[in-house]
Design a protein around this ligand. Structure first.
Ligand code: FAD
Length: 135
């Protein structure tokens, strides 16, 4: 089922690179080097996901594109409250950027991949995907 429209978030201001833009709603400091980021789509709704799935963040760090995977740490029963929990890796590009820059109100993109059927889907043991890249 197609539960959100990517077209409404595409354009020059879209940070997702053709994928989906997420807004950071809250940051939870879990430990000195672990933070949980509470995310929700800038527009529309996310489709259902399954335990163990991950998203591919599409970041720009120091002017370079950086794509990193992060497991979804929130339960599938709360698709509008998507959380990732990130450990700061010494000298790591993405983890340090997220810890130092992603705050309430920030926007980040997730990479879109062609889905096997119309609409946003989650593959059983893989990444959260959307049909945007097929457009
Ligand atoms: C499916 C999947 C799910 C994941 N889920 C999570 C999750 O839920 N939470 C989480 O925290 N992480 C998760 N990860 C790991 C995450 O994707 C990143 O790999 C992690 O955050 C480190 O990325 P980084 O950009 O910070 O570090 P990078 O910049 O990739 O660097 C990693 C390390 O390599 C070193 N390094 C980099 N380049 C060089 C070089 N040229 N020479 C020598 N050393 C170098 C860095 O100093 C650093 O210590 C997951 C990975 C996968 C594959």
């Amino acid at each position: 089922m197609n539960v959100f429209s990517l077209s409404s978030s595409s354009g020059p201001a879209d940070r997702s690179g053709g994928g989906l833009t997420l807004t950071c709603r809250r940051v939870i400091q879990e430990t000195h080097d672990v933070k949980t980021f509470v995310l929700s789509p800038k527009s529309g709704q996310l489709g259902p996901f399954k335990a163990g799935q991950f998203i591919m963040l599409n970041l720009v760090v120091g002017g370079a594109a950086v794509v990193r995977n992060y497991s979804i740490s929130s339960p599938p029963t709360r698709p509008d409250d998507l959380r990732i929990t990130v450990k700061r890796v010494p000298s790591g590009l993405a983890s340090n950027w997220l810890h130092d820059n992603l705050e309430q109100g920030s926007e980040i993109g997730i990479v879109a991949r062609p889905a096997p059927s119309p609409g946003t889907t989650c593959r059983a043991s893989g990444r959260f995907s959307s049909p945007a890249a097929a457009a």
